[in-house]
Design a protein around this ligand. Sequence first.
Ligand code: 5GP
Length: 194
Amino acid sequence: MATKNSESKEKSNKGKVVIVSGPSGVGKSTICKEVIKRLNNAHLSVSVTTRPKSENEVDGKDYWFITEEQFRKRINEGSLLEYAEVFGNLYGTPKDKTEEALRAGETIILEIDVQGAKQIKIRYPAAVMIFILPPTQKELAERMNLRGREDAKAAEERLNGASIEVAAAWQYYEHMVINDDLEQAVKEVVQIIK
Ligand code: 5GP
């Protein structure tokens, strides 16, 4: 007979953790939003960040935008599943929402960087790891330009970071998906998760 402990462990393992990473501007958010619509019971985790909110973003939907002091408090109270510094700002995954979703047997998609993905994989070895690639580096630069969210210096920093992230991804990720055609990329991600 299962003990209470093993029962609750089973319950917490019912859901699925999916990590989606990729360089800035590759279209991760667009893909993830579309993937969620096509899966039953899948949710996108909303991270906390100290990055300033850009004009088109909504607090509590795209991110929870918090101060560095609030972020440090969350680290100290252990309420983040993982966190990392990315391009000078802190980003982290709230623990409560992910655990709740997993207990309810849902799929939770974490759109996080490679450093965070490594931390999650230690905690949830069954996590599915997907890395989204641009068709070419030139295309990525053009998409970032079009998005127009960063100034030239920040955009350059993110493009340089992309090469490092892609190199690391070859080593750690089980699945690489090229976002050349959005529909195709969404279909591939859905297939992998299923
Ligand atoms: P952006 O500022 O473009 O929204 O995100 C910058 C980078 O931070 C992206 O690679 C994104 O995947 C990553 N990121 C977003 N949320 C989290 C998080 O909660 N944890 C970690 N480790 N990275 C995150």
